[in-house]
Ligand binder design. Structure first.
Ligand code: FE2
Length: 270
C-alpha cells in the first residue's frame, strides 16, 4: 500500500483526510489500524474518518457497478447480512443469528481436512456431486443460521460422499441467502440486487441470485473481484464520501467498534 502510493508519486501533503475501518471486526486488527490512522491525522493535521466496514462494501459496490438503490447481500467469513437504504440509514433486513456463511464453509472444510480457505474447495468438489442430501434449512423470520448446517453436513459424511455433501451444503446455504434477499426485494420494491463480500466470488451463489433476479425482472450487480472481498479502496472511498459531506470523526470518538452495526450509522452522503 505504502509502496504503491510512493510509486504513484503520492506524498503525505496530497492527503485531504485519513479514513480507517472503525468496525465491525476483530479488536486487535481494528486497534492497530485505528492507532496508525490517528497518528497520521494528528501529524499531518488532516481530518480523521472512521468508517463502517459493511457500508464500505456497499458503497464501493454501488460505485463500481452503478447500482443506485439496491438490496445488498453482503456475505463474508464473519458477516452475512441483507441490507437496503431506507430513511437515512442502511437497514438490516435479515442477518445470520450465529456465524457468517464464509466461516460456516471454512469450519466444515477444516473438519474434513480441506485446506484454508475452504469455500473455493467446497465449490470445486460440489461440481462432481451426483445427488442432493437434505440438510437443515434454517430461516427464522428474515434471519438465518448456519452453524447447525455446518455440523449436520459434517455428520452426513458418514453415509454420503464428500462431493454430495459439499454440493448439498452450498445449495442449502445459498438457497437460504437467496430466499431472504428475494423477500427483502419484495418488501422494498427495489429493482436491483448487489452482491458484496468475499463469498460473493462463489459462482453458484451468483448463478442462483441471477436466476432469482431474472425471474423477477430486476437487475443483478456484481463488482469486480478485487472490490468484492475486503479491500483498502472501499474504506478510502466511503471515507471520501463522508469527507465530502463533512462527516468526520473527532479523535475522542475514534475508538474502535468491534460490533459496529451498519444501522448505527447516519448516512450523510445520500
Ligand atoms: Fe468484509
Amino acid at each position: 500500500m505504502i509502496n504503491s502510493a510512493k510509486d504513484k508519486g503520492i506524498v503525505p501533503s496530497d492527503l485531504d483526510a485519513i479514513a480507517f475501518s472503525q468496525g465491525p471486526g476483530m479488536g486487535p486488527c481494528l486497534r492497530t489500524v485505528a492507532t496508525a490512522a490517528r497518528a497520521i491525522s494528528l501529524s499531518l493535521d488532516i481530518p480523521l474518518i472512521g468508517v463502517n466496514h459493511c457500508i464500505a462494501h456497499i458503497e464501493v459496490g454501488r460505485w463500481k457497478t452503478g447500482a443506485e438503490d439496491p438490496v445488498v447481500l453482503y456475505v463474508s467469513g464473519a458477516n452475512s447480512q441483507v441490507l437496503a437504504y431506507r430513511n437515512g440509514k442502511y437497514r438490516v433486513f435479515g442477518e445470520t443469528l450465529d456465524i457468517g456463511i464464509g466461516n460456516a464453509l471454512d469450519k466444515f472444510a477444516r473438519g474434513v481436512g480441506l485446506q484454508h480457505p475452504g469455500g473455493p474447495k467446497v465449490e470445486e468438489l460440489s461440481k462432481k456431486a451426483t445427488s442432493f442430501i437434505q440438510l437443515p434449512y434454517v430461516v427464522k423470520g428474515m434471519d438465518f443460521s448456519f452453524s447447525g448446517l455446518s455440523t449436520a453436513a459434517a455428520a452426513a459424511l458418514k453415509d454420503h460422499s464428500l462431493e454430495d455433501v459439499c454440493f448439498s451444503f452450498q445449495e442449502t446455504a445459498f438457497a437460504i441467502l437467496v430466499e431472504v434477499t428475494e423477500r427483502a426485494v419484495a418488501h422494498t420494491g427495489s429493482e436491483e440486487v448487489l452482491l458484496g463480500g468475499g463469498v460473493g466470488a462463489n459462482k453458484r451463489l451468483r448463478e442462483m441470485l441471477k436466476t432469482m433476479c431474472g425471474d423477477r425482472g430486476i437487475r443483478f450487480y456484481v463488482p469486480d473481484h478485487r472490490f468484492m472481498g475486503d479491500n483498502g479502496s472501499m474504506i478510502a472511498y466511503l471515507g471520501l464520501l463522508m469527507f465530502e459531506n463533512n462527516t468526520i470523526t473527532p479523535v475522542e470518538e475514534s475508538y474502535i467498534r468491534p460490533d459496529y452495526r451498519p444501522d448505527d450509522v447516519i448516512v450523510t452522503w445520500r
